[in-house]
Design a protein around this ligand. Sequence first.
Ligand SMILES: [Zn+2]
Length: 254
Amino acid sequence: MKKLIRFVLRYVPRKYIQRVVHFCTPVMGLLYAGRGVECPVCGRRYRKFMPYGYVRPRENALCPHCLALERHRLLWLFLQNETDFFDAPARLLHVAPEYCFIKRFERLPRLDYVTADLESPLAKVKMDIQRIPFPDDAFDIVFCNHILEHVDDDRLAMREMFRVMRPDGWGIMLSPVNPARRTTYEDPAITDPAEREAHFGQKDHLRDYGLDYGKRLAEAGFEVDEIDYVRYLDPEAAKLYGLRSEIVYRVRKA
Ligand SMILES: [Zn+2]
């Protein structure tokens, strides 16, 4: 059973898993029954989280109930503790919306919630992030997580998100960042999926961001805060929620 789960998580894209998760949840709940960890997004407790990862699966990563990963749980806590996201009236553009967030954000009564994606069936608006079909200053908040590493012209996409954000607006724009690289590694000549996996870590990644990722966001016009949010949390809480260190890139349009 464990091998089967690992196989599915390794080879089946998460967008397909998301469609059938409701049928699997009761079984996973039994397999992972326990109280060692707690998912802050859905509130469920388990013995531990499920392993997840394309190349080298990480232990204790995926919530069996809502499919939140470490970064989603971290982001949820960040939004809860450090922003007025759950209370303030706002219009949100959520690019490539994460399954674990959609229903919970839809329930927020003061949120005007717009989901958008190039291909995901979970999103309401079909769009290319390099040509966002909304006027200037249309949104108070923009979320775009783990997308820019897949986009041909990520600088253009960043400028587009800046354009549709109203002045004083803010956003969260996470991407996988390789801390061993000072500067981003990219090469548009590398197009073969296997080559991309070898060079950029995943077959649909177009680059391996380095520590200059925040600078690239700033070049699009944003003020950028790079927050290693796990450091601000109690170590016991970080353990309970199954978190790992990941920089939260919070952007603002001054
Ligand atoms: Zn969960």
